[in-house]
Design a protein around this ligand. Structure first.
Ligand SMILES: [Fe+2]
Length: 427
């Protein structure tokens, strides 16, 4: 039995932003965005289309944390005309900030209590939200999840209220045309990560997998082309569509191992989220294959029947975009990485991962090495594999010796010496 649910009304296409006035529908609204000139111009355009916002919060920070969110919620509370709806414009940080502001009622402590204790979520009554992504990757425009960081406490939280789905996702690929190459790539591989994480997921269902197969194939095809031709609107549209479809899949499955592995890299080493949750995808895929027939079948629709070769294909895809697949290149030493993998697989989102219960022996039987992955974990598994291989080779050597002696003794010494030779050379 499986379920699929997503209540977000999606408006997608070139110049979809022109419909913002219709979606706001005359309701007093608060606008949440960044302070860069591009977003100032966008604020101006939205004001012309939907009326002047009651409040503009335009200092969204990357990876929004407790401190900045508390300040933004205070500002929302202090506005004279309380908004009836929040419009969030930007990448994942802006949309997640919009979700928190919508849920806070101007009091961040209520959201914080919910995040830290898991209690009080039912008392939060979020305002409706219109999410307008300006990058192709986050997927947050069609999910109920908002990532919140405790930078001082070095923790990552996820607000995941049933009432936190945006009312509308307004996806206009034109808005992503301003994104520079690095941002285009890092957000694009985030979409790939969402698609694959939704597939190698215990919560996967036929609809989420179908969406995510399409999304992953599109990212694998379109992102390398887009990285060399950033002005191509058709490629921008394909990436926006892939990111939204991956988000729809993820909205039902959550993410899995690659995402939980990513958080320390973002918290401790400042690695952008998209890179942090995608550099390890080949290693995670290697751990996913061979243990769940349905997952293997779905991955086969993306990578073909040879999934080991698919791991290489995925690794090459990332390396060609300039994304190293080695954790050491992002600041984490091998020992720490090994411990992180072991911890992550049994906790939080790691429990969603289809390969979480695979035994070390089972892993040893699959080839664990691929280019760029140098983790201690892989080495341990490779050691097990080597021991098995050595035992097998010893057995073959003894057998060949026995047979050779048998033939040699008959041919050259006759039956008289056969017993003597066999007695010397066989155990
Ligand atoms: Fe992500």
């Amino acid at each position: 039995m499986w379920n699929f649910f997503n209540p977000v009304k999606l408006v997608f296409g070139i110049d979809a932003l022109d419909r913002i006035g219709e979606l706001v529908g005359g309701r007093p609204y608060g606008l949440v965005t960044y302070g860069d000139p591009f977003f100032s111009e966008l604020t101006e355009r939205i004001s012309q289309l939907a009326g002047t916002p009651g409040i503009v919060i335009n200092d969204v920070s990357p990876n929004p944390g407790f401190g900045s969110l508390a300040v933004s919620c205070d500002r929302l509370a202090s506005t004279g005309r309380s908004p009836e709806i929040i419009v969030a414009v930007g990448g994942g940080s802006a949309i997640d900030t919009g979700k928190v502001l919508a849920a806070s009622g101007g009091d961040f402590s209520r959201v914080r209590e919910c995040l830290e204790t898991g209690e009080g979520g039912q008392r939060l009554k979020p305002l409706p939200l219109i999410a307008i992504p300006t990058t192709a990757g986050t997927g947050s425009e069609v999910t109920r999840f908002a990532t919140v960081w405790d930078h001082l406490g070095k923790k990552k939280y996820s607000l995941a209220l049933d009432s936190s789905y945006p009312e509308y996702a307004l996806v206009d690929p034109v808005l992503s045309q301003q994104a520079p190459r690095d941002l285009t790539i890092s957000t694009g591989v985030d979409a790939l990560s969402h698609a694959l994480e939704s597939i190698w997921n215990v919560n996967a269902n036929p609809i989420s997998s179908h969406l995510c197969v399409f999304a992953a194939k599109e990212v694998l095809l379109a992102l390398p082309l887009l990285s060399k031709n950033l002005d191509n609107l058709d490629l921008r549209l394909r990436m926006a569509r892939a990111a939204t479809m991956a988000g729809l899949g993820m909205s039902n499955t959550q993410t899995a191992l690659a995402h939980i592995l990513s958080y320390p890299f973002t918290l401790n080493y400042g690695v952008p989220h998209g890179i942090a949750c995608s550099f390890c995808l080949p290693m995670v895929m290697q751990r996913a294959i061979g243990f769940n027939p349905e997952c293997d079948s779905t991955l086969g629709k993306i990578f073909g029947n040879d999934l080991e070769a698919g791991v290489e294909q995925l690794s090459d895809f990332l390396l060609d975009l300039g994304i190293s697949t080695s954790p050491e290149d992002y600041g984490m030493e091998e020992k720490e990485w090994s411990a992180l993998v072991q911890t992550a697989i049994g906790s939080g989102l790691g429990k969603n991962f289809v390969g979480r219960d695979a035994t070390p022996a089972a892993r040893a039987n699959s080839s664990l090495k691929h280019r760029g992955i140098t983790s201690r974990t892989c080495e341990i598994w490779d050691f097990n594999h080597s021991v098995h291989s050595l035992v097998r080779r010893c057995f073959i050597w003894v057998s060949l010796t026995f047979i050779s002696c048998h033939v040699f003794s008959w041919a050259h010494f006759g039956p008289r010496f056969r017993g003597f030779v066999l007695g010397v050379f066989t155990p």
